[in-house]
Design a protein around this ligand. Structure first.
Ligand SMILES: *Cc1c(COP(=O)(O)O)cnc(C)c1O
Length: 562
């Protein structure tokens, strides 16, 4: 549903879209033949404004595909509520290192042939009500298949659904299968034919991330025949249409996005084997300019083959420190430009930037304000940079931003804290490369993977994080960063113990090391690159999709298993 293609195209909301974009950038670098489909989102996600009290207001973030993209040669229709909705597509080209191109098609219904309502269907990412959302998902899933057919793209070996948003594509494939056999009622063998072609990745254990539509709405939008088809192919007893269940049911391979998330998803969906492929980031996109220069000089292979970042062990600590100082200076300049606040280059700078969802607990650091003040006064000074948008309908997320901004105001005489507006890819590049410590405090086990800590690691920045998502794999205590909390098996709200651990680590280990043992801190920075950046990248991730999910051999094996 979202892909972060370019800083100038606001077609994404957060980590899911960034991941999709990074995956395609790696596919282009690795010359993997992939075609991607999303919606145009002419009004974007939204632009965030925050007032002094921390109240968020939103405005649309419009862009004109016609001024930046080429129109695809064909248009087609998708049936919604018994109407033929006309669709066109804009083509964006992701260029790989060798010039190989991965095309991305952005579907657009803003055509004069369509009704006023239908013209808005591809406007806003995650906007509108349930009816709007299901219409968008029909466009993405069924429209996506129509687009591929209208372009005449042949030889498709796998359809990869990133999240359940695209799961109606299985319905389009099922219809094609039935048509070929001239049947109207599906049998298990038809489901099987679709299943052999589909791969599904689930990206979150958080309830709100799994769309459910009541059957009467499904019937209204899809019509009687298509709804019956769904019910007859395995959903007769479901009391609503769960898009994740739909995607799993029709997939030969299903995976979560980190080892722990694979296990959590397996418990959520015990009836199917759920594998894991841990996420990554596109290294050349997320390394700051000073680290680009450093890697180009010292590890010239790093863009083509990210595994070579392992050889960062051979870079001198002094070079790492110098590159980091340049990235930090660039961030401080950007913060001043955006907020007027001048941070201090010599002070330990903590970063926390991600969607303001309640489970991410942006305010855990402020659980005990007096303790935090005392730490800054005795162990050494700190300054903190926050950023992140709350979904417009997420009251809890908005309240979280208010609590952070109000806590910051209360601390202004002892700790400088800025909350920057409108977190997006451009701002993320500055923050994830310029701070000294990346803080992450999700409530276990809700962080499926998290990727911003990987961006930080690529730039030599250690994480201080709850052991959830990728950090279960990435944390080597005192080597690549630090864990918050000790027992990674305890799930749920353990915020008193976790905040105590967070304060302890800051006070006794991190702040003292930063100020009194800078060599040791630089050593940790170097290990972040050699141990974590060399693994948590999308080149490695995509190779794993190829080996485990996409490859013809994996395909044959899966088919035999079922
Ligand atoms: C990387 C990124 C995210 C994802 O952050 P998480 O730590 O995975 O939640 C969200 N938004 C933007 C703009 C990003 O660049």
């Amino acid at each position: 549903m979202e892909i972060a293609l370019d800083q100038a195209i606001p077609s994404y909301g957060g980590g899911l879209g960034i991941l999709a974009g990074d995956m395609l950038r790696s596919a282009a670098d690795l010359e993997l033949p992939i075609v991607a489909i999303t919606l145009a989102h002419r009004k974007g996600y939204f632009r965030q404004h925050l007032d002094a009290e921390g109240n968020q207001t939103e405005e649309s973030d419009p862009w004109d595909p016609e001024t930046v993209l080429q129109a695809a040669p064909s248009t087609f229709t998708v049936q919604i509520e018994n109407r033929e909705v006309h669709v066109r597509a804009w083509r964006y080209s992701v260029h790989g290192l060798s010039g190989f191109i991965v095309p991305v098609y952005l579907l657009d219904t803003d055509l004069p042939e369509n009704s006023e309502y239908d013209r808005t269907l591809t406007d806003t990412l995650y906007g509108g009500d349930q009816r709007y959302r299901i219409c968008q998902e029909v466009l993405l899933g069924m429209g996506g298949v129509n687009l591929l057919r209208s372009l005449g793209i042949k030889g498709i070996n796998s359809y990869h659904m990133n999240e359940g948003h695209a799961a109606f594509l299985t319905l389009a494939l099922l219809e094609e299968t039935l048509k070929l056999r001239k049947y109207t009622v599906p049998v298990e063998a038809d489901v099987e034919v679709v299943r052999r072609r589909c791969v599904f990745t689930t990206h979150t254990p958080v309830e709100a991330g799994h769309d459910r539509f009541p059957w009467d709405m499904v019937r209204q939008i899809l019509g009687e025949d298509r709804t019956n088809l769904l019910q007859q192919s395995g959903f007769a007893n479901a009391n609503a249409l769960n898009m994740t269940d739909l995607a799993i049911h029709f997939s030969r391979y299903v995976n979560g996005v980190a080892m722990r998330h694979g296990e959590v998803s397996q418990n959520m969906f015990p009836q199917f084997p759920i594998h894991a492929i841990t996420n990554g980031v596109h290294a050349a996109t997320w390394a700051s300019p000073p680290f680009h220069d450093l890697f180009d000089r010292q590890i010239p292979e790093w863009r083509r083959d990210n595994a070579y970042m392992r050889y960062a062990v051979g870079i001198s600590l002094d070079e790492i420190r110098k590159a980091h100082c340049l990235a930090k200076a660039a961030l401080i300049k950007e913060v001043q430009k955006r907020s007027g606040v001048l941070l201090d280059e010599s002070v330990l700078t903590i970063g926390f930037a991600r969607r303001a969802a309640t489970y991410k607990r942006a305010d855990l650091l402020f659980k005990d304000i007096e303790r935090l003040k005392a730490i800054a006064a005795s162990a050494g000074p700190i300054q903190i940079i926050y950023a992140g948008k709350a979904h417009p309908h997420d009251g809890g997320g908005k309240a979280l931003i208010q609590r952070v901004i109000q806590a910051a105001a209360g601390l202004k005489d002892s700790i400088k804290i800025v909350y920057l507006e409108n977190y997006n890819m451009a701002l993320a590049k500055f923050i994830t490369s310029g701070v000294d410590l990346w803080l992450n405090t999700p409530q276990r086990p809700q962080e499926a993977s998290g990727t911003s800590g990987m961006k930080a690691a690529l730039n030599g920045i250690p994480s201080l994080s709850v052991l959830d998502g990728w950090w279960v794999e990435g944390c080597v205590e005192g080597v690549t960063g630090w864990a918050i909390g000790y027992d990674s098996k305890v799930d749920g709200d353990d915020s008193a113990a976790e905040s105590a651990s967070l304060y302890d680590k800051l006070e006794r280990q991190i702040i003292p090391m930063y100020y009194r043992a800078p060599e040791a801190y630089s050593e940790i920075m170097r290990s972040c690159i050699s141990l974590n950046a060399s693994f948590f990248n999308t080149h490695r991730m995509l190779s794993q999709y190829k080996a485990n999910a996409y490859s013809p051999r994996a395909l044959i094996k899966m088919a035999q298993e079922v």
